[in-house]
Design a protein around this ligand. Sequence first.
Ligand code: NAI
Ligand code: MG
Length: 353
Amino acid sequence: MKKFEVAVIPGDGIGKEVVPVSLKVLETVAEVHGGIKFDFQSFPWSSDYYVEHGKMMPDDGLKILKNFDSIFLGAIGNPALVQDHIALWGLLIKIRREFEQSINIRPAKYFKGLKSPLVNPNDFDLIVVRENSEGEYSEVGGRIHKGDDELAIQNAIFTKKGTERAMHYAFELAKKRRGHVTSATKSNGIFHSMPFWDEVFNEVKEEYQDVQTASYHIDALAAFFLTRPQIFDVIVASNLFGDILTDIGGAIMGSIGIAPAANINLNGKYPSMFEPVHGSAPDIVGKGIANPIGQIWTAKMMLDHFGEEELGSKLLDIIEDVTNDGIKTPDIGGTSSTEEVADEICRRLKKAV
Ligand code: NAI
Ligand code: MG
């Protein structure tokens, strides 16, 4: 029996609604698998916790989390109680940074039963590997002078280590998928960092003779996400380019409520963190209509991370079938509740295995 210890942080708003039903799905996965077991430990760290304790999590919060196999997070943010930057930096971003979660991955695929805004979505199925620790989002630079002489310099940081790390991850992932990696570059316009990015990409791809590659400038690549998303398998991108591409990826799927994300620690020193893309959705909290698919899909990514890819893809097929059969929440045109969607997924999981 393989046992996985998972730290659960439902957080705020609909996080408290979509996380519990997703845990039920994971319990069902363990039940039908027979050889795995989840040990969930839940932590109430959130904006409510802040109101009571003056901080988003206890001082030894990271020390507690460090020992888990992974972190399963809902959403953080309740602007009525705590300012957003305090809430997010006090928990979510702290975990991402301190736990060296240097890669962010976000899949996007054409989902049966979901209306993509694309006229011809063409059955796309892609995943963006975004460098998550350096690149354009750096604190290096500064500002000087005031008034007309004011000047701002923002440096982008590309280390060989960080760049290679992201690219290796992308190639390894491609080997498990359709064997294709696209590099997002801009070496025609950005003079130093992007030619460097291309060089590293060309070096790394030599190690993966069985993987096909392509390289596009980010502007054209962004357009292709809309005009022919089906040509992509794995896309590797810098922090900024990846940020923009993943939002487009979410948008062409048709709803923010279904998009998942994973923050991956690659050095094995700390746990990785799995979370949906959406936030705490204060406008629908308490109504029982939050779409649980983003959270359940990130549970699927956690299964992949634990090496249970077969069950993971079975789970995703079931999610898609349930959606296609119209058992879906109002944000994607249905009338079902959060619970009903999750329960139906559990029922079909039991039937399928
Ligand atoms: P949001 O993602 O919470 O909501 C945007 C819109 O999408 C809302 O109309 C909401 O009802 C809808 N929506 C989101 N998730 C849904 C779901 N699962 N099912 C159905 N509809 C869904 O983004 P917003 O409103 O900008 O932010 C609300 C709070 O969440 C803020 O405090 C923000 O800082 C925080 N936030 C936290 C994130 C995180 O924890 N990773 C990410 C984004 C926002
Ligand atoms: Mg973004």
